[in-house]
Design a protein. Structure first.
Length: 120
């Protein structure tokens, strides 16, 4: 398990261009250009688990939840839109987590902002 999952999630999110962090619904949440949410932290928000909820490309949620239900889930409120829940209170590979965060960013960010990431 990650020793400080919030710090890892924060580092992954804030490494991306134009990202801002602020509280939303009482939890740290990351926004592209201060407008569009792409990752939400969930510290026992709806259950007794620590997790993150992130935007995901079409089909990713279904595939990961089916393949690895101990690590992934369909989050409340946003799961019907394809968002992916990632449990952080189980062993998590930091590289995979960073890839999921970047994928969430790419899923919702405008083309010009994605280009900033690709240029960097």
């Amino acid at each position: 398990m990650l020793p400080d999952p919030l710090a890892v999630v924060r580092r992954c999110c804030l490494a991306l261009p134009t990202v801002e962090e602020r509280l939303s619904h009482g939890e740290p949440t990351w926004f592209v250009r201060g407008k569009t949410t792409f990752v939400m932290y969930a510290d026992h928000h709806h259950d007794d688990r620590t997790a993150l909820w992130c935007a995901a490309p079409a089909g990713v949620q279904e595939a990961l939840v089916a393949a690895r239900p101990a690590s992934f889930f369909r989050p409340p409120y946003v799961g019907h839109r394809g968002w992916l829940g990632v449990y952080l209170d189980v062993p998590v590979d930091e590289g995979e987590l960073a890839d999921l965060v970047e994928s969430a960013f790419r899923t919702v960010a405008p083309t010009k902002v994605v280009a900033l990431l690709d240029e960097g």
